[in-house]
Design a protein around this ligand. Structure first.
Ligand SMILES: *[C@@H]1O[C@H](CO)[C@@H](O)[C@H](O)[C@H]1NC(C)=O
Ligand SMILES: *[C@@H]1O[C@H](CO)[C@@H](O)[C@H](O)[C@H]1NC(C)=O
Ligand SMILES: *[C@@H]1O[C@H](CO)[C@@H](O)[C@H](O)[C@H]1NC(C)=O
Length: 487
């Protein structure tokens, strides 16, 4: 009876929390929510199993299923992208196992299947999360051993990351993951040594080291002399041996990536003198007279300004709370078409008709001296595993364009996740409660291409931001006060 009641409660709870086909990997917060829900569901599910047959409980739920412990904080469990990737895989395997058991001989617990189905991470989630790890590896120049310092992967998990890299033609990265996997093979691995040797040979061949490709092919043949495919492959490679290695290593690295790694920051090297910090009342705005905002010029041309403590902890928490159930994969708008692209891995929602959002908008109007008449609603965003947003400009090149961007950091980010401006060589780091302001347009309405910017991949942590884009209409009779030298 108690079980029945609980499960009715659970049914309602899940419908609110997860819809079928929901994507998890593109939002760290959604993975944390899923993890939290999983713990609750397993608890109730095991009661159902108990009620059905006390004897079989232990054999029905393997030990690791019971290891979704109560003590672990979901947010903490996913701050490391490698842990988030592992968790997605583990939850998928566990849920599939449970669903199978329900179908086989736990028919009295079958109502759980409807609740489980929308929670099962899809293969796209696993590949998406693996792709995020590869992105981290690429941009921060990390080895698998560096990325997995906090959470190590087993051979199967690492093999899968390698396969995703291989599919993306990132053969050097794939090679390193296959090596990592080979090191960790045990008698319990699903991945076989043969498979790994084949992929090691093939990936290293693709990036141009023929002798190493031959070495792995030879090892594969030694392991299994009857493998005809391996013999053909080895002969083919040996035949090529007279040719020099013709595939150059890809060592090209953009300014964007160097900025993300913190290798360059023009702000530190040159222009420091021009930059300053002061308290602003938004040009004598009565709402700011007694509580001026702390304004810091992070860059002079284009002018990039940081406002400290622009939003309270409580407001940030409320914004996250109301966004959470509405998040969906962010799309990218370009030349009239809107689509989710690999260049932006996050989930977002436009918030409006909310008192907290209205208060934040009013504060933005106060500090910028701009009208919110034609501004867009506040866009709250949460980034995913290795989540990044590649170089882009915010201006849309349309009439009534986005005159400026007000970007609020709703969280700190432990490592990575900087906002970088590659054209001018500036990196600004997320600081919870602060906001960046810059003008996307010159005074004559032309796009300022130097405002091109990117969000670096999140190495550690859960990155939340909120964007307000202010448009041209409505600003005709205003002179932006805090940006007096706006050209
Ligand atoms: C349920 O099925 C599993 C796998 O087929 C089996 O090992 C287990 O003994 C079965 N349990 C019951 C109660 O029938
Ligand atoms: C393989 O799995 C068995 C059973 O779960 C376990 O006892 C053993 O320690 C595992 N071996 C390795 C090398 O992990
Ligand atoms: C946000 O949601 C959490 C979890 O539901 C709740 O504990 C917290 O009180 C909420 N915060 C605010 C400010 O409403």
């Amino acid at each position: 009876m108690a079980v029945k009641e609980l499960s009715v409660f659970m049914v309602c709870f899940w419908i609110v929390c997860a819809d079928a086909g929901h994507e998890f990997f593109s939002s760290t917060d959604q993975i944390a929510q899923l993890y939290g829900n999983t713990k609750d569901l397993l608890k109730v599910f095991s009661q159902c199993v108990d009620a059905e047959n006390v004897e079989t409980t232990k054999s029905v739920l393997p030990n690791h299923l019971l290891s979704y412990s109560d003590s672990e904080n979901p947010e903490e469990a996913v701050r490391d992208p490698v842990a988030a990737y592992r968790l997605l895989r583990q939850m998928r395997n566990d849920f599939m196992y449970i669903v199978k058991r329900i179908q086989l001989n736990l028919t009295r617990c079958e109502e759980y299947q409807n609740e489980l189905d929308p929670m099962i991470p899809q293969l796209e989630d696993l590949d998406g999360a693996a792709s995020g790890l590869i992105k981290l590896q690429e941009i921060y120049k990390l080895h698998p051993e560096d990325i997995t310092k906090e959470t190590s992967l087993n051979a199967d998990e690492a093999f899968n990351v390698g396969l995703v890299a291989y599919d993306e033609d990132k053969f050097q990265h794939a090679f390193l993951w296959f090596l990592y996997s080979l090191d960790r093979l045990t008698e319990n691995s699903t991945t076989t040594e043969e498979e790994l040797l084949r992929f090691l040979s093939s990936s290293v061949y693709h990036f141009g080291s023929l002798s190493v490709a031959i070495y792995f092919s030879q090892r594969l043949l030694n392991l299994d002399p009857s493998n005809d495919e391996a013999r053909v492959q080895l002969n083919r490679l040996l035949h090529l041996q007279s040719n020099p290695d013709i595939f150059p290593l890809n060592t090209e690295s953009s300014n964007y990536e160097a900025l993300c790694r913190g290798e360059v920051d023009e702000r530190i090297s040159k222009r420091q003198r021009a930059l300053s910090c002061r308290y602003s009342t938004g040009g004598g705005n009565p709402r700011l007279m007694y509580a001026p905002v702390k304004e810091e010029v992070e860059w002079d041309e284009p002018r990039i300004i940081r406002y400290h403590d622009i939003i309270s902890d409580r407001e940030m928490e409320i914004l996250k709370n109301i966004s959470r159930p509405q998040l969906s994969r962010s799309e990218v708008y370009r030349s009239g078409i809107t689509k989710p692209l690999k260049l932006r891995v996050s989930q977002s929602v436009f918030l409006s008709d909310d008192p907290v959002e209205a208060g934040v908008s009013q504060r933005i109007a106060d500090v910028t001296g701009l009208s919110m008449e034609s501004a867009e609603s506040l866009l709250v965003q949460n980034y995913g595993v290795g989540g990044a947003f590649e170089q882009h400009i915010d201006a849309l090149e349309i009439e009534n364009d986005r005159i400026c961007t007000f970007l609020i950091y709703l969280s700190d980010v432990e490592m990575g996740g900087a906002t970088v401006f590659p054209k001018v060589g500036v990196a600004v780091h997320p600081k919870k409660g602060s906001a960046m302001l810059w003008y996307n347009l010159h005074r004559n309405g032309e796009v300022n291409w130097n405002t091109e910017h990117a969000g670096c991949p999140v190495l550690m942590g859960n990155k939340w931001v909120a964007n307000k884009w202010i448009h041209e209409f409505g600003q005709e009779f205003r002179s932006p006060c805090s940006l007096s030298d706006w050209e």
